[in-house]
Design a protein around this ligand. Structure first.
Ligand SMILES: *Cc1c(COP(=O)(O)O)cnc(C)c1O
Length: 367
């Protein structure tokens, strides 16, 4: 049996006609930047995230960067985040002119360890940027109360957390603003690059709309130095079609996750993801921890099962961040975890047979 890590083709096979019809009309109208399809998508995605505003942009990294630029940072301002995330979280902080300050992850949820946040707050700290990693909501209540107590804002990296829920509320609606990615492999993927900002703050939304389009308040009137960071019409149209299926896909991912947990529950040497009470992850990834990760990954591959590593190198040990001067050993939970994690195949169309097969092969190796 062959079990790919990700299968986007199956999803597209059923949506092909719908997407191509919209793309045909875009070709005919030759209106490619923004426009009605992007606006319609923004409206539906804001509704899906339970926020007042959604601003579609060119990718998830820019979504985060534009939020941080709109907040107006000063050089030396510090933003708290985690060393176990995709590199873009920190790129956005640095590109916006601020300094990332890391807090280690919680050994159970793999998200920011809320008990360690206050230790790193300084007079220069401006905000906290929690990541809902793998689609597991970060523990937002304590994060928000620490932020409030210290006069900080909270911006969510929701790039992996489309429709994830924290205590009955959707990720993307929990802080001042949130950045989403629609990279093709994300839970809601464009047919190319796209991203979005969600927020309830009207002024911030307006500023981000300007920043994504050369700082224009109207055509050829530039109030700010901005970027070309618009979402194109082809992506807006494809995303509008796919968004209608997202809740169903998310429910399927939740089924896949519960089957994995059921079949692997008694395998003590495989540590399964634990979920915070009153949260519903979006299950972008299903990540387990085990010893002998390299051998197991190789064995699974021989049996036709493709897995991933998210992420093999902690951010504070990346070459590009050398000048932060953070030594190995500074974030022991993240460092130990990076060599033990393994992401199992995860997508809505994964069948029960495939899941059984993956778990059977994994069991046969470790037991
Ligand atoms: C994918 C991702 C991003 C960046 O999104 P792009 O659309 O690839 O620019 C940022 N943060 C996290 C956690 C991500 O997974």
């Amino acid at each position: 049996m062959n079990v790919p890590f990700l299968d986007i083709q199956t999803q597209h096979a059923t949506l092909r006609a719908e997407i191509l019809e919209l793309w045909g009309s875009i070709l005919d109208a030759a209106y490619f930047a923004g426009g009605v399809y992007v606006e319609a998508f923004e409206e539906s995605f804001a509704e899906a995230c339970e926020t007042k505003h959604c601003i579609a942009v060119s990718n998830g990294t820019d979504a985060l960067r534009l939020i941080l630029e709109a907040i107006s940072l000063n050089p030396g301002d510090e933003i708290i985040t985690v060393p176990n995330t995709f590199f873009a979280t920190v790129e956005a902080i640095i590109q916006a002119g601020a300094k990332p300050v890391f807090v280690d992850i919680d050994p159970h949820t793999y998200n920011i360890d809320v008990s360690k946040i206050e230790e790193v707050i300084t007079p220069k700290t401006k905000g906290i940027l929690p990541v809902h990693l793998y689609g597991q909501p970060a523990d937002m209540d304590p994060i928000l109360s620490i932020a409030e107590k210290n006069g900080l804002w909270v911006v969510e990296d929701a790039a992996q957390a489309h429709l994830a829920e924290y205590k009955g509320r959707r990720c993307g609606s929990l802080g001042l603003a949130a950045g989403f990615s629609f990279y093709p492999g994300k839970n809601l993927g464009a047919c190319g690059e796209a991203g979005a900002v969600t927020t309830n703050d009207a002024d911030l939304a307006m500023k981000i709309r300007m920043l994504r389009d050369h700082g224009q308040s109207k055509k050829y009137f530039h109030d700010l130095i901005g970027y070309n960071s618009r979402c194109d019409a082809l992506q807006g149209a494809a995303l509008s079609v796919k968004l209608r299926y997202l809740l169903g896909w998310t429910e399927n991912r939740r089924k896949v996750a519960s089957l994995y947990s059921e079949y692997l529950n008694d395998v003590g040497v495989v540590i399964l993801p634990s979920v915070l009470d009153e949260t519903k992850p979006s299950w972008h990834l299903y990540v387990v921890q085990l010893e002998n990760r390299e051998q197991i990954q190789k064995y699974l591959k021989e049996k036709g099962i493709h897995t991933g590593l998210h992420y093999p190198v902690p951010l504070h040990l990346q070459k590009a961040l050398k000048n932060l001067g953070i030594k190995e050993g500074s974030f022991p939970v993240t460092e130990a975890y990076c060599s033990r994690l393994l992401s199992l195949p995860m997508y809505p169309e994964l069948t029960e047979k495939q899941i059984e097969y993956v778990c059977g092969v994994l069991r046969s190796f470790v037991l």
